[in-house]
Each structure stands twice: as C-alpha cells, then as structure tokens.
Design a protein around this ligand. Structure first.
Ligand code: MN
Length: 250
C-alpha cells in the first residue's frame, strides 16, 4: 500500500515537472536526483572511520615549487585512496574502532594478520600524508626555528649541512619511499629513509618531518629529476609546524 502510494507520488511529481520542463528531461532528473539522494544517505549511514583531511591551502598555493596538478592528484586521488583502503581493511574488526592509525603503526602485531599489510601500507600512507600537507605552506621556506634550530645545529653542524644530508638520503632512497628527520627512541635527531609508505613509528622513532619521494609527488613537474624536487621543497617547508612536531616529540 505504502509503496504504491509512493510510486503514485513519484509519478505525480514527474508529470508535474513534465508540464514545465518536458517529459523525458524531468523524469531523467527525478531518477538521477533520487539515486543521488540514495547514495548520499548510504554514505551518511556508514561513515569511514578515517577521513581525508582537507588541504590547508589551495592546490596552486605551493607553486612554482609544487604545481597545482600534482597537489590535486596527490591529495584527492592518492591520499584519498589510502584512506579508503584503510577503512576497507579495518571495517570487519570492530575492536580496532578506537585505535588511531598512529598506534596501529606503532605496534602492528595488534592488527589482525590478514589486514596487517593493508594497514601498514594504507595506514602509513594516511599518516604520512596527513603530516606532509601540514608541514608545507605557501609562506614556508627559510631556516628552522625555535628549539629545533638549536637541535639541528648540535646534531648536524648547521641548517645547510642538515638540508644537504637530508637531500642526499632522499636522492639515494631507491624506488618509492620517504626521507625523514626523526627523533629516535634514545632522543637523538637522525636522518632516515623508509620504503613504500612505511612510517618511522614502526621502529619507535618519531617523524618530525618527512618528504615524499614517490614519483607521484614530483613527476609531473620534475620528471626524473628527484634531486631538483628535493632542493625546491625547502622553499615550502613550514618550520613553525615542524618545530611544533619537534616539541611534541620531546
Ligand atoms: Mn605521496
């Protein structure tokens, strides 16, 4: 009975529309609106545990050092895919519901074995990129600040020596991965690299800052010239945010 009434109302709406907009167009609009509403409702009822954070600036904000197209694909496609795949992986384990992605990476043995690799890759991808967008800024560049500036000088001699060593490690990372400044368990500042989306958290080290050396991060603008990208990247580093991460680490 209810269904029939609904059908009737639907047809009525469609025909009223038809009077003004033409039968085919109106009914096509109604069908597409109805399916869009159905899709939206479904999404709203089953929210992902993890969400894609919005970029804190426009796609083009980091130009000329990182181009808008790279930023758009990198954030909207690559990072979005890590979030989706992470949600898919953890969806059948309600016991993981209250665990942050960072804590999963800190101790992957707590993650069920059949989704461990998926969490390592996609949880790593989600956490790494979440940091990445935040430590860059259109007002970036310049030199390290605050306590981090002192620590970098103590550990590497100077900011320039640190940058050179970081670039060198990033250039030598074979294939896809990340180059990092980490704070080790022992409290030392160290430059490290990881393959794929592996996080320093997996080794008990805290990622103070990291640069993405996957080709998707630079290929559209720099092609094979990873070293040029690494050099240009310092122009967009948000030292205020990096210093905050350093303070958090200690
Ligand atoms: Mn990336």
């Amino acid at each position: 009975m209810t269904l029939k009434r609904r059908d009737f109302l639907y047809l009525l709406t469609a025909s009223v529309g038809a009077l003004t907009a033409g039968a085919d167009q109106a009914s096509a609009n109604n069908v597409s609106q109805a399916s869009q509403i159905a899709k939206a409702t479904k999404t709203a009822q089953t929210p992902g545990l993890f969400t894609l954070p919005p970029l804190p600036y426009e796609y083009k904000a980091l130009e000329p050092h990182i181009d808008a197209r790279t930023m758009q694909f990198h954030h909207d496609k690559h990072h979005a895919a890590y979030v989706k795949n992470l949600n898919d992986a953890v969806s059948k384990y309600p016991q993981l519901k209250n665990m942050s992605a960072e804590n999963m990476l800190r101790d992957l043995s707590k993650v069920p074995e059949d989704i461990r690799t998926a969490v390592r890759n996609n949880g790593g991808g989600h956490v790494n990129h979440g940091m990445f967008w935040e430590i860059m800024s259109p007002k970036g560049g310049g030199e390290p600040t605050g306590g981090l500036a002192t620590a970098i000088k103590q550990s590497f001699g100077s900011a320039d020596a640190f940058k050179a060593k970081f670039n060198d490690a990033g250039t030598k990372r074979f294939g896809s991965g990340w180059v990092w400044l980490v704070r080790t368990k022992a409290g030392k500042l160290q430059i490290a690299t990881t393959p794929n989306q592996d996080s320093p958290l997996m080794d008990g080290n805290y990622p103070i800052m990291g640069n993405d050396v996957w080709e998707h991060a630079y290929y559209l603008k720099y092609q094979n010239l990873r070293a040029d990208y690494l050099k240009a990247w310092w122009n967009v580093v948000n030292w205020t945010e990096v210093n905050k991460r350093y303070e958090k680490a200690i």
